[in-house]
Design a protein around this ligand. Sequence first.
Ligand SMILES: C[S@@+](CC[C@H](N)C(=O)[O-])C[C@H]1O[C@@H](n2cnc3c(N)ncnc32)[C@H](O)[C@@H]1O
Length: 303
Amino acid sequence: MENQISITAIMTAYMRAFHAAHGKPTIFNDYKAYELIPEENRRLIEAGFSQALKFQMPSMEQISPEHLKTVDSMMQFMGAANVLCRSDFAESNLVAAINRGVKQYVILGAGLDTFVFRRPDLVDALQVFEVDHPLTQSFKRERIAGLGWKTPENLHMVPVDFTRDTLMASLRKASYRCDESSFFSWLGVTVYLPREKVDETLRSIARNAKSGSMIVFDYMDITAFNKDKAAASIQANMETVREVGEPMLTGFDPDTLGKELNDLGWVLQENLGPEDIEKRYFAGRSDDWHASNQSYLARASVR
Ligand SMILES: C[S@@+](CC[C@H](N)C(=O)[O-])C[C@H]1O[C@@H](n2cnc3c(N)ncnc32)[C@H](O)[C@@H]1O
């Protein structure tokens, strides 16, 4: 992503917002996301849905019951199931980490993540570091200021371009402590970075963070980059994000991820594929939501 505010960060926030308003039951209830998206961005997204689906969608809240199912299906096609599951996966694991005494939460590529406003019950026990591309981060800062939301004192906003800056040096300058166990989340980001930058970032965390620190991230199965093996939805989404200037670049082979992480200083602890995600998040749902194609959730700890 070159010199632009992340459109995909706005889209994923919209997906969480839509699901918080209409998902029954919710997989992840991001009830603060809608407000955080500037009105003009919401209007653009809603106009896009109206045009694509050929009915008027005045706003997320005003969608008619007959059209809800259609927008829901479109969201799914765009990968919303992965967006919701990865957020729940991250924050469920974060709660477990807090219970083990972790006091630093680093949200890498935070986008419009609302954790600090949504979970005051957890924030107090933590130092939270939101790391994002400088342009997207200043866009978020402006929006927060415009809304008059108060940011907690223990939130540190750290501008970092993963393709240019050294993450751990930037974190240390922002009072991150390498001698404290930490929990990192990296949601919806690895796919947009060149593979060597993903590896560099993981290696540098493993070298600097305290042993036992943890990361959760989602990733795209490498087969999604093979035209003959990619699901139709993935191919369509790859085209869309390329058009908005955020091309998908990197996937992993789920079978070799453990070894690759090991070489970078990590121990893979959980590696959930679509079937596992379906069982964990979608079994017994009466709507048509299912795990996203070729999308994985991983959890690893620093050796
Ligand atoms: C799809 S959004 C995901 C945002 C959020 N984590 C979520 O789950 O909604 C991708 C995020 O990665 C960030 N990103 C992409 N390339 C980056 C880079 N080179 N350096 C820093 N952040 C980057 C974008 O700014 C954006 O916030």
